[in-house]
Design a protein around this ligand. Structure first.
Ligand SMILES: [Zn+2]
Length: 179
């Protein structure tokens, strides 16, 4: 599936061993099967969706043909995997070198008419004009998100898929942008 030289880890545990020390732990949040709500905040303790009334947990058929919810330890109908980025940002700011690099675009970047860094782009300047409060703080982080081959489960017979998601920090100097 992947191009030569790229590998995918076999087990979830291996992923976690790589991601957790980088402050990139993964959170699983139960979701409504119709995507109306996430079971968090005010909805955290609910057992069914307040909008479409579907159960949070999978159902099982009882011997007398009635349906019973598998509540206590039953599997949820749908789970969203959430990768919080704030812990990753905290790790970056906790390291003096990384923290310095995050405002490099303001402090050390060579400014002329050449295009060398995203901060030289029209889009960067346009964003600053539109959101001046954000733009005047060089430590504010500008992110680019891209993915490829993303596919919902609707047309697939498998119940598990993987796809690459790239999160790029545009603040960083040349060659350090990719994380
Ligand atoms: Zn619902």
């Amino acid at each position: 599936m992947l191009l030569e030289g790229n590998t995918l880890l076999n087990r979830n545990y291996e992923d976690k061993k790589i991601l957790c020390p980088m402050g990139m732990e993964c959170k699983k949040i139960h979701a409504c099967p119709n995507d109306y709500i996430l079971y968090r905040k005010n909805f955290e303790l609910l057992k069914s969706c307040p909008r479409c009334a579907l159960s949070r947990y999978k159902l099982k058929q009882k011997d007398d043909n009635t349906i019973e919810e598998i509540e206590k330890h039953g599997p949820p109908m749908k789970v969203m995997w959430y990768l919080p980025i704030i812990p990753m940002m905290k790790c970056l700011f906790a390291n003096p070198n990384d923290a310095k690099n995050l405002s490099w675009h303001e402090d050390e970047r060579k400014c002329d008419d050449m295009y060398r860094h995203p901060a030289d782009s029209i889009q960067w300047k346009k964003f600053d004009d539109e959101f001046p409060e954000f733009g005047k703080e060089p430590r504010n982080i500008r992110l680019g998100l891209s993915t490829n081959g993303m596919n919902s489960l609707v047309n697939m017979s498998t119940n598990h898929i993987s796809w690459p998601v790239l999160l790029v920090i545009y603040n960083l100097p040349h060659g350090l942008c990719m994380k």
